[in-house]
Design a protein around this ligand. Structure first.
Ligand SMILES: *Cc1c(COP(=O)(O)O)cnc(C)c1O
Length: 412
């Protein structure tokens, strides 16, 4: 059904429109530079995707099926994705010096990150084209997520991870029975090896940056945010940027609901990069991409050679937004601050979005009378070692009240 709503795939580089059946991942004319964008017949979508219709639909990302590139008759993986909660965070807003702050907690997805939105689609698309093995290169979250969704549909998954993948993410992979290949190198090395292996063995490639359908999954967070906040849409939406598909996807979703008349006002996008891995921030300034060697504790956004920078830069420009850079110390500080003020535990890459808001307020890019939504892209339990770095150790105490009293007296 929703395949009928798709009109084609447009190259973001040369602008050429392709028919769906003519291309697999990227524009045949532009090669790897030619990232494709899925286009829909919005008039047709508007006939059935209405406020009344939405009120009857399941509280999961499939509720926007007219705007998703899959066959509505296809089996959907039985893991709950999407409609993650949005929280008003007044204490955190006061602390940061903003009128209003909202968190959208993506850590609540089945494998603990935003990536579940595209992995759910990836396994369905793989099935559609008759593949039974899915593969990806990932710093951890996309991998953990793909492995989970492959497991629920009884498919095989092959995962390429860079050397410094946090242990909890590795455990998530191994426990689902994924074949895990730890590449002696960076995320970028893992990316290229996976790409070549998919071509060689015919596996379905879940690498979001080049697979046009997967960004559509990420888009659902934008659709939800528009629906959930409605008239109370914030002035800004902040999200961290690695490859750039998350930011681009969010923007696309927000715009689509505006186009369908379900939200009136669009926010400005605030992209946030770790200072040690900020080629997209640089590309926004210079208009060209210069790959870098990524250095940051926020493993999920340690991307030195982003594939989707054009889409991300276009989204930031179109929304009159900006991209800020934050140091590792700032994002670790933000991680603690968010947890202390809201109880939400974000992984370092997710906390980066919050650190970006703090910095943007300090630099006057975001005014004190403005409001912002922070998209908390991944759960803090994904990388406990980094989180523990900035935290005091627990107090050791013998199991006796006198001992406790003595200890508390001493520690004040
Ligand atoms: C992947 C990821 C991001 C960044 O998404 P991109 O599409 O690579 O820009 C941010 N935070 C977390 C937790 C992620 O897993």
């Amino acid at each position: 059904m929703s395949l009928e709503h798709m009109t084609g795939l447009r190259c973001v580089h040369c602008g050429h429109a392709h028919r769906v059946e003519d291309v697999a991942y990227t524009c045949p004319k532009c090669g790897i530079e030619g990232i494709l964008d899925v286009e829909y017949d919005y008039e047709r979508v508007a006939r059935t995707l209405t406020r009344q219709a939405l009120a009857q639909r399941p509280l999961a990302q499939w509720r926007y099926e007219e705007l998703l590139p899959f066959d509505a008759a296809a089996a959907r993986p039985a893991l709950h994705v999407g409609m993650t909660p949005v929280y008003e965070a007044p204490a955190l807003a006061r602390d940061v010096g903003l009128e209003r702050l909202v968190l959208k907690d993506e850590g609540r997805n089945p494998t603990g990150s935003f990536k579940d939105r595209s992995s759910a689609l990836a396994v369905m698309k793989a099935r559609e084209v008759g593949r039974d093995t899915v593969a990806c290169a990932s710093a951890g979250n996309a991998a953990a997520s793909l492995a989970g969704f492959a497991a629920v549909l009884g498919m095989k998954s092959v995962i390429f991870v860079p050397q410094r993948t946090p242990e909890p993410k590795l455990a998530q992979l191994l426990v689902t029975g994924a074949q895990v290949l730890r590449v002696e190198g960076s995320y970028d090395d893992a990316y290229w090896l996976c790409q070549s292996a998919c071509e060689r063995y015919g596996w379905y490639n879940r690498n979001c940056a080049i697979n046009p359908y997967l960004v559509e999954g990420k888009k659902t967070a934008g659709l939800e945010l528009a629906e959930q906040l409605g008239e109370r849409m914030t002035d800004w939406v902040a999200v961290s940027v690695g490859d750039g598909c998350t930011l681009a996807g969010l923007w696309k979703g927000l715009k689509e609901l505006k186009r369908l008349g379900l939200v009136e006002r669009l926010p400005r996008m605030l992209g946030v990069q770790a200072a040690g891995a900020s080629p997209v921030a640089a590309a926004l300034e210079t208009g060209a991409l210069k790959p870098v060697e990524a250095r940051t504790v926020a493993d999920s956004i340690a991307v030195g050679w982003p594939r989707n920078w054009r889409k991300a830069v276009a989204a930031v420009r179109e929304s009159h937004g900006c991209i800020v850079r934050v140091e590792d110390a700032e994002l670790l500080e933000a991680q603690g601050r968010m947890a202390r003020k809201t109880g939400v535990f974000a992984e370092p890459a997710a906390a980066a979005a919050m650190a970006g808001v703090v910095r943007a307020v300090r630099e006057g890019r975001v005014g004190p009378k403005e409001s912002a939504t922070i998209v908390v892209t991944g759960h803090g339990l994904k990388d406990v070692r980094t989180a523990m770095q900035g935290l005091p150790p627990p107090l050791d105490v013998p199991p006796r009240l006198e001992a406790l009293e003595a200890l508390l007296a001493r520690s004040g």
